[in-house]
Design a protein around this ligand. Structure first.
Ligand code: AMP
Ligand code: GLY
Length: 412
């Protein structure tokens, strides 16, 4: 049996996923909705995004077997239920379970119930409670982190080392996102992301990656969607791996007890603290740009695993990870992450596009131009991270557009 697959999304993560699935011996046909002009240039079939009705109709007309959404926005709608009603399998969690990402409060409740290590937190329901909680906190013993409850496009979390910044953040977050809010103790340590492909209680660990969230090496520079990543994470030991396994296993057990199977990718945002691995957050998808570093290292076929997930046959295991290291570097538009960016610039590409994934690009009179913040990225796989890093920058160096910007230190 071969499968007809539709990927939903238009970024570098979806491009990397499409390249991976395109290589599967189990694939019949692949489409990306909406995809982007760079994916079309690479020979992928892109279909316009005309809303959920059109997606369902497209799947029926083209006898699509499996839909794989990339971004979380699809998981919080009724798209999965509508596809299911039309006889199409959607590899994603239900909106209820997607609250693991869309509600910090829901995620904290699951973590507590699962007995997993995570920062102590209290819920803040209004400004008065918030002010009282801040007044009671002893900032000499450590900072706090304020988190808006819902999806906030990466802008809902503020780390506050002192009372002044905490009071400012409380008002700013309340104005932008309202209540409830979480007030967490600040943890310290290096961060990593761990990924699993899940179905019910079963999960396959796909590996780890570290991303670079700031626009420049300056740790106080602006936050972005991610300027690059490397895989695997190089600071975890066997005990950490056991902790990571337990985090996925327990989380899935507790979610399952809510009466719904979790299906889809699961991304744990983790911190290695002095007392071990702690969970900062969950996402119900792959990371972008972590996926672009993670997927080239997979020694297994994700489509085969997704089919097993669909059929209830997934076995808990760690699929073979290649020993090689991967580094992925993002090229962004001048001005990113601010709204005022230099867009519409012609992109010059080399003949060999190996390792290149496209994101914020479109076609203008047959010419590829930048049309978003994160424009494209270059990944490379090599026996050492240093070599993967050199190769990724070399690949990016063969591409030019006015205002092209990348961080110089990815994978260092
Ligand atoms: P989140 O969306 O919850 O992962 O938070 C975004 C970022 O805020 C994380 O990647 C961390 O850098 C930081 N962060 C979140 N929670 C904490 C915490 N409890 N202690 C320290 N930093 C945190
Ligand atoms: N790179 C972080 C994320 O995808 O959420």
């Amino acid at each position: 049996m071969k499968y007809r697959v539709l990927i939903l999304g238009q970024g570098g993560r979806e491009h990397a996923l499409a390249e991976h699935l395109a290589a599967s011996p189990l694939l019949d046909s692949l489409w990306v909705c909406p995809g982007n002009a760079g994916m079309s240039l690479r020979g992928l079939s892109c279909v316009a995004d005309d809303g959920a009705d059109a997606v369902v109709a497209f799947c029926q007309q083209n006898r699509v077997h499996i839909v794989v959404p990339g971004p979380e926005a699809y998981m919080v709608t009724d798209l999965k239920a509508r596809l299911h009603a039309a006889g199409v399998y959607c590899f994603a969690p239900t909106p209820h379970l997607a609250q693991l990402e869309s509600s910090k409060r829901f995620a904290k409740g699951i973590l507590r119930e699962a007995g997993l290590p995570t920062a102590r937190a209290e819920q803040i329901d209004d400004l008065a409670t918030g002010r009282r909680a801040l007044a009671a906190h002893d900032f000499a013993r450590g900072g706090i982190v304020l988190k808006a409850d819902g999806l906030a496009a990466g802008k809902g979390v503020v780390v506050c080392p002192d009372r002044g910044r905490a009071e400012q953040a409380l008002h700013a977050l309340a104005a932008a996102h309202g209540f409830p809010m979480l007030l967490e103790e600040e943890l310290a340590g290096p961060e990593l992301s761990a990924f699993a492909l899940c179905a019910g209680d079963a999960f396959c660990l796909l590996g780890t990656a570290c991303d670079y969230k700031r626009i420049s090496p300056d740790p106080y520079s602006a936050n972005t969607g991610g300027m690059g990543a490397y895989s695997p994470c190089d600071f975890i030991d066997d005990a950490d791996w056991r902790a990571i396994n337990r985090i996925f296993a327990r989380t899935l057990q507790v979610l399952g007890a809510q009466g719904q199977r979790y299906e889809g990718f699961l991304f744990a945002g983790l911190m290695k603290t002095a007392t071990g691995i702690q969970v900062l957050e969950f996402n119900v998808r792959l990371g972008d740009p972590e996926a672009q570093a993670l997927l080239p290292r997979l020694g297994c076929d994700l489509l085969a695993l997704i089919v097993q997930a669909r059929d209830g046959q997934l076995q808990t295991a760690a699929p073979a990870e290649r020993a090689e290291c991967a580094v992925h570097v993002v090229a962004a538009s001048q001005g990113y992450p601010q709204a005022d960016m230099l867009l519409g610039q012609a992109i010059t590409l080399p003949p060999d596009l190996t390792g290149i994934t496209f994101a914020g690009v479109s076609s203008r009179q047959g010419q590829l131009v930048n049309s978003g913040g994160r424009v494209l990225g270059a990944a490379a796989l090599a026996p050492s991270r240093a070599r993967a890093r050199a190769r990724a920058y070399e690949r990016l160096g063969a591409i030019t557009f006015n205002g092209m910007y990348c961080r110089p230190d990815i994978g260092q």
